[in-house]
Design a protein around this ligand. Structure first.
Ligand code: PAF
Length: 283
């Protein structure tokens, strides 16, 4: 891996950062690899904020609640590194499991309350505990001034914001807009597992989100939700949840509030897809 110029240990990462001078600002883009346009937008934003950008590539075993999901997760390090090279002078940190979770590492058990009981937390028990552990660990290892996350994982972002506040961590969390394919499908590493037909079928997710934006002007959240589910179920995807939530508490709402979001998860031919959209502007 060394010939890809990838840092696989914390020691090699520190050395590399030192070479670049200690007083430069640094941004971290945590990823699990299988990089796509969405990740590149995070990298671009990171480059606009700091003069040094670290992209971590680590398929975190503790956030998968199904072993087959972990086993099937695409691992494309060489491609990822090549892609990042086209983006600029990026430091790639691809640690091993032992490097991230050495023997002396003790899991943190942050009480997330309702944040982990709804939506992704409800359907993927233990997922956010894994995310908290790995993101906390990565931030502590890399010590970035900025940490960038995509809004596509809206609930993850809420959990990370809570964690950073709770532990008073010295990093600024920077959210980045969802990147979409021309059809409206949100960019995701999982899209690689969709056939052309699946991709066509999956467009109903984006259509449902747009319909909700329009319905928010006329209907109450519960009416809009009901109509959106009816519309979604005319397609072929299997809906797991569609919630209209408060942007911070992630609780379902009865009346519209600024920043209200629709959040959805559905299966498209065994591939689990998520998406979300702001329904009432927060500005
Ligand atoms: O969003 C992801 O890719 C992962 O959950 C993250 C934040 C890199 C932690 O493993």
């Amino acid at each position: 891996m060394e010939n890809l110029n990838v840092c696989t240990t914390l020691e090699s990462l520190r050395k590399r950062l030192k070479e670049n001078g200690e007083d430069s600002s640094m941004a971290l883009v945590p990823t699990m690899g299988a990089l796509h346009h969405g990740h590149l937008e995070l990298v671009k934003k990171a480059m606009s904020l700091a003069n040094e950008v670290v992209v971590s590539i680590f398929v975190n075993p503790t956030q998968f609640n199904k072993k087959e999901d972990l086993d099937n997760y695409p691992r494309t390090l060489e491609n990822d590194v090549r892609l990042l090279k086209t983006a600029g002078n990026i430091i790639v940190f691809a640690p091993t499991v032992n490097e991230v979770y050495p023997e002396y590492y003790n899991d943190v058990n942050l009480e997330l309350g309702d944040l982990e009981c709804v939506m992704e937390g409800k359907y993927r028990p233990g997922h956010f505990s894994g995310v908290v552990n790995v993101v906390k660990r990565l931030i502590e290892m890399v010590k970035p001034e900025y940490s960038l996350f995509g809004l596509k994982d809206f609930q993850q972002l809420a959990v990370i914001n809570f964690m950073v506040k709770f532990y008073n961590m010295d990093t600024q969390v920077v959210p980045c807009e969802i990147v979409r394919e021309p059809s409206g499908l949100a960019s995701s590493s999982r899209n690689k597992r969709l056939s052309l037909q699946d991709k066509e079928d999956a467009v109903i997710i984006h259509e449902t989100m747009i319909l909700l934006v329009m319905m928010a002007k006329t209907f109450s959240p519960s009416e809009a939700k009901k109509k959106a589910i009816e519309f979604f179920n005319k397609g072929t995807l299997e809906l797991e949840y569609l919630n209209i939530v408060h942007p911070e508490t992630l609780m379902e709402i009865d009346t519209w509030v600024p920043g209200a979001r629709s959040c959805l998860a559905a299966y498209c031919n065994n591939v689990r897809l998520i998406d979300n959209m702001e329904l009432i502007t927060s500005k």
